[in-house]
Each structure stands twice: as C-alpha cells, then as structure tokens.
Design a protein around this ligand. Structure first.
Ligand code: ADP
Ligand code: MG
Length: 382
C-alpha cells in the first residue's frame, strides 16, 4: 500500500499532498564539517515519503508504515525538547523547530503518515530524510516560503535540540538541496552550496554503497574525542578552526604540534579538505575515473590518522580495490556503517561478488550492496 492509501485508511480522508526526501551518502570530506571545512554528499534514490494534511485544532498526528504501533498523537503547544525518545521525535521536532523560529501557522497541527526506503542505522541519514520531508510538507502547506538551506537548518535544529543528537548540517542540507546527477559541495563555514556535476551513468561508471551491517557502540565517545582533538589542534596552531590551515601550510603546522594524536587528526582534516577540492576539480574537468585514487587515499587517512575505520570497512575497501574497483572509502562517522566504491559498470558484479565472498570467508554478516545513483533532493511528488 502506498502512503496516500495508508493515510486515507488511517485518517479517513485523502491527504492534501505527498512529499519525498532522500537519504544521502558522503562522497568525500569526513569529520571536516565541525572544523568548518568541506563536505560533498549526494542524495540517494532511497526516500522518506510523507502524506500530509493540515489540521485546525493544534493536534499533531504521526504514523510510520515502518514502525509497529498506533498513531502518535501530540499537541503542538505541548511539544517539549528531549522528552520523546521514539521515532516520532524527528517529525515532532521539526514542528517544534518551525514554531520556535516564529512560524506560528504550524501550531494549528497536521496529520502525517510516512514510509521510508532509506535503510536505518547504515549511516545513510534516514533521520534527516524524515525531518526534511516533514519540513518541506509543512513549508508548502502552510506557505512558509522557506528555502532548502533554511529547511535544512531547521531540521538540524530539530535533531540537535529536540531529539538531542549533536549532528552537523550536512545530512539535512543534502536531503533538502541535492540535484539529480550532481554531488553537493557544502562549505561548512558559510553554508554556501554548489552543485557539482557527477554523472556516472554516461561515463559507464557506478558508485556502490556497501553497508557493512556493523554498528559499533564505541562510535559516540570516539566522535567526541576526535572533535576535542581537532579543537586542541586548532588551538595549538592559533586558528579558530582547522579549516584555516591550508594544505600548503600542513607540513609546517604538523612540525609545530607535539602531540602525536593531535598531529594525526590535523593531518586527516586538512588533507581531507584538500581531497574535496581535488575531487571537485576532477569532476569539473569531467575526469570522474580519476577520483578513485583520491577516495582510497581518504580511506587510508580515516583508517590510519583518524582511526575510525573497522575491520569490516577495511575489508570492503581492500577487496574492492583488489578486484578491480577504481577506488573506495568508508563513509560517515565510522566504526561501521557503509563504504562507497567507484567501479566500471562492467565490473559491478565481479566486485560485488568479491566483497560478498570476502565477508563470508571472514565470518561477517553478509553486506548489503546497492548503487548510489546521484538523485534529487526533497520535492513534492503528488
Ligand atoms: P541514520 O544514520 O539512519 O540517520 P539515526 O540513528 O540518525 O540513523 O536515525 C535512525 C532513526 O530514525 C530510527 O531509529 C528511527 O527513530 C528514525 N527513523 C528512520 N526511518 C524511519 C521510518 N521509516 N519510520 C520511523 N522512524 C524512522
Ligand atoms: Mg541520522
């Protein structure tokens, strides 16, 4: 059953409209966002789809086709941050963030029914898809006139302050602003964006996402530790953020750092910002194949300098490259989640088979492999 039919069955009337917002995968630029550097995500074909109608009585009704359980019913004027630990906190948080930002119209409520094809917990931002689809639907229905970047920031606020997850703005910006056939260059200092052509199909290429099926619990503490280490590095180098250390200055900067751990983190961040710039230059020149080695370089940096990879992700990358891929790297926060692999279309089956067999031989859970076709950002679909 589609979300439109699901909505009708739940709420007894047709929805006013249907919206979709995608998950994302980050091509290059990892742990650079909080250093005010560069990231380069692309939207996936997988989307959260929401059927939505306005209400007039201040009630917010929420339902997900993917979650067992009844309709969640809340009052907009009673939404309190950090009090709801269920999935409903994501869309409810968006309503809260809109109201907090002065968009009083949303206080009259909404009926929402959604379903998503974005895998959860694979580092592909199923949460951002949920937030952005809610934000866009309410923006359209209540005629708020907000832009994609504004909807992204409000969605991030919902996740940071209402749900209580300290994420950057990349995921929501990708979901809200991406354009089909492009990757998104986001400058995390001024939040400016540029669509960079990333046309894989016409080049006979595919970008595979390999979900390692691993999620290590140590992820959260390790993120905070890396973040503190980067801040320490910036402090010792006399800059506000590592963004301000250029790639040309890197060697000199590393000589001035005494702590081996801080030195590794700085080397990762400054070199990954540089890799984003390399990838952009290559894509602008139409040389898509040449980004392969840059991706693999990025993986080495995440594995050896930032030390956030894991045996499963390392196995994806080494097996992919040994079986004919053009390049590969882990993507996202690390310690599990997914990797991206750039391959010739003709080699997809060989590389996929090699990775699957390597996982079986190592006794790991079978990975999930699918193509990351650079897709459209959030939009109204009916
Ligand atoms: P991700 O990397 O996928 O964004 P998160 O932990 O940030 O992982 O978000 C996953 C959470 O988002 C789920 O635990 C659930 O609360 C919510 N979520 C994602 N997809 C759905 C869905 N289809 N229906 C309901 N909740 C969802
Ligand atoms: Mg998330």
């Amino acid at each position: 059953m589609g979300v439109r039919e699901g909505f009708e069955e739940l709420y007894g009337a047709a929805p006013e409209g249907v919206w979709a917002a995608p998950g994302r995968v980050n091509l290059i630029g990892e742990y650079t966002d909080f250093n005010e550097g560069f990231v380069m995500p692309l939207a996936l074909p997988h989307t959260a789809v929401a059927a939505v109608s306005r209400r007039e009585d201040g009630v917010l009704r929420l339902h997900s086709a993917d979650i067992e359980g009844p309709v969640v019913e809340l009052r907009v004027d009673e939404l309190v941050p950090l009090t709801n630990t269920s999935w409903a906190a994501y869309p409810a948080g968006v309503v809260w963030a809109l109201r907090e930002a002065g968009h009083a119209a949303v206080a009259s409520g909404a009926d929402i029914h959604l379903a998503s094809t974005v895998p959860t917990g694979a580092g592909l931002s199923s949460s951002a898809a949920l937030e952005v689809v809610t934000a866009l639907a309410l923006n359209d229905l209540y005629e708020l006139g907000l832009t994609g970047p504004q909807l992204a920031r409000l969605s991030q606020r919902a996740e940071n302050d209402f749900v209580g997850v300290p994420c950057g703005v990349m995921d929501q910006t990708a979901s809200a602003c991406c354009v089909e056939g492009h990757a998104l260059h986001l400058d995390c200092r001024d939040l400016s964006i540029r669509q960079v052509p990333f046309d894989l199909a016409s080049q006979g290429l595919e970008l595979l996402v390999v979900d390692s099926r691993v999620k290590h619990a140590l992820g959260d503490g390790a993120y905070a530790e890396r973040r503190a280490g980067c801040e320490e590095g910036a402090r010792q180098l006399g800059v506000t953020h590592l963004r301000d250390v250029s790639y040309e200055e890197l060697d000199g900067a590393l000589e001035r750092l005494t702590d081996e751990r801080v030195r590794r983190y700085v080397r990762h961040v400054v070199s990954d910002d540089h890799r984003v710039e390399q990838v952009i230059a290559l894509l602008d020149a139409g040389d898509v194949r040449a980004i392969g080695p840059v991706l693999t370089d990025g993986h080495r940096s995440l594995r050896d300098d930032l030390r956030i990879s894991c045996p499963e992700l390392d196995l994806v990358v080494s097996t992919a490259n040994a079986s004919g891929a053009l390049g590969a790297r882990m993507t996202g926060g690390g310690f599990g989640g997914s990797a991206v692999v750039l391959v010739e279309s003709t080699d997809v089956d060989t590389v996929t088979k090699a990775i699957t067999e390597a996982f079986a031989a190592a006794g790991y859970t079978a990975p999930r492999v699918f193509p990351a076709v650079p897709s459209a950002g959030a939009r109204r679909v009916a």
